[in-house]
Design a protein around this ligand. Structure first.
Ligand SMILES: [Zn+2]
Length: 422
């Protein structure tokens, strides 16, 4: 099978080619798959010669040359250094074109991190923008920061904007439909920013963005089933099942943070009481500390974690309680999905040596059967969401993503008029 090369699927990086979708592929999408395979091999093995691309992908050299010509034309790839091979051949090597840049934004309830990255994931600029709760002024501040980055890097070619959001985004409308800790309603972030920046905007849930960053970095190579948990103001989750990021109906899959743990527990941002996140988020740790030291509450989670590292007993107690609740809640995940790997992202990972073992112990003590999943932290720490936001823009251009959109359109047109969202 030449069109979706088996060997290319075993190279590092995200598994963007899945046979479930490949079966739906028309000949046009098969071309997209090949383009995607070639781009992925260049990304993971750069600088690389055309002959090696053909060998690794299993594609015909003429097919590789045509795809490379297109990628160079679209500025994704550039020809660079010359390889010195025996018998006098000196082929030009191909790399990603890092003149092409992406704006990435990690939106959180109180701040946004705005960054400029090149195609190789290198940060060219990064800034923290404090936010207020009103979406209009929050977006204006983010746009001002992006405009300043565009001016200071005016020699570069801007490809698009990727935004990680602390909530769920409906894949059809691209509107935020659930963000209990942000409270922006159904504000149309995409339309407002696209109008102001004149660049295409991609939105993604923060946990899914972090998972995408892990997949792009190759850290989950060989893993087909994983769950990533983001621990910040709330708790988010992203699911990799059979090699695919699962978003499901209206993009709402993975809301384990709002599983009810204790109906008599504190009120959650979602309106219910006693959700997992009110016991296991960073805000929960701050609340535990305030209960222990009511006269001197910690200003924020970073301060609390610093105090814990400095052996403040109440800080250690507060974060330990959070870690215990986090570990206990992982039973929801292992029982529902039985992943091979669970990755934790967010504040608590900065003190992983101290609190990780507690989470691990809780996870192991609640297994129904078999070995506990491998527990770890994301490789980029606080920056995983940003890197994921940039990866969303890159992914938009992959044949796989286009093919998924086509498949989604097809299945929608087959659906009876009485839609479940009506
Ligand atoms: Zn809730």
């Amino acid at each position: 099978m030449k069109s979706t090369s088996r060997s290319a699927r075993s190279t590092r990086g995200i598994r963007r080619i899945d046979l479930a979708y490949a079966e739906l592929a028309s000949s046009e999408s098969a071309r997209d798959i090949n383009r995607d395979v070639v781009l992925e091999i260049i990304r993971s093995q750069q600088p690389v010669a055309r002959a090696d691309l053909a060998r690794v992908s299993g594609l015909q050299p003429s097919t590789v040359s045509a795809i490379v010509a297109q990628l160079i034309d679209e500025k994704w790839v550039k020809e660079g250094q010359i390889a010195r091979l025996p018998r006098g051949r000196h082929p030009a090597l191909l790399s990603l074109n890092d003149e092409l840049v992406i704006l990435a934004v990690d939106v959180r309830p109180k701040q946004a991190i705005v960054a400029l990255l090149d195609l190789n994931g290198r940060y060219l600029a990064r800034e923290v923008v404090p936010l207020v709760s009103d979406p209009d002024s929050a977006i204006s501040k983010i746009v001002l920061c992006m405009e300043a980055m565009r001016v200071s890097h005016s020699g570069r070619s801007f490809e698009g904007i990727g935004i990680s959001m602390p909530g769920r985004i409906d894949p059809d409308s691209q509107r935020l439909i659930l963000a209990p800790n942000l409270k922006w309603g159904s504000y149309d972030i995409k339309e407002v920013i696209e109008k102001k920046m004149r660049l295409q905007v991609e939105l993604m849930n923060a946990a899914n963005a972090s998972l995408l960053a892990e997949l792009w970095s190759g850290k989950l190579d060989g893993i087909r089933n994983a769950v990533l948990i983001t621990v910040s103001e709330g708790i988010g989750a992203a699911i990799l099942a059979n090699g695919q990021i699962i978003t499901s109906r209206s993009g709402l899959a993975g809301e384990f943070g709002h599983s009810p743990i204790d109906p008599a527990g504190p009120r959650c941002g979602c309106g219910q009481r006693g959700c997992w996140e009110v016991f296991a988020s960073s805000n929960a740790a701050l609340r535990y500390y305030a209960e222990l030291r009511p006269k001197a509450p910690a200003a924020n989670i970073h301060e609390l974690l610093r105090m814990a590292e400095e052996e403040d007993s109440a800080a250690i107690e507060a974060v330990s309680r959070q870690a215990t609740c986090l570990g206990r809640g992982l039973r929801l995940i292992t029982a529902a999905l039985a992943p091979e790997v669970i990755l934790i992202a967010g504040d608590i990972t900065t003190s992983w040596a101290r609190f990780g073992p507690r989470i691990q112990a809780e996870l192991e003590s609640t297994m129904l059967a078999g070995k506990a999943p491998q527990l770890g932290v994301t490789s980029d720490g606080e920056l995983a969401r940003l890197r994921g936001a940039a990866a969303v823009v890159l992914q938009r251009h992959s044949g796989y993503q286009r093919m998924r959109l086509e498949a989604a359109k097809k299945s929608k047109s087959k659906r009876p008029a009485r839609s479940s969202r009506a």
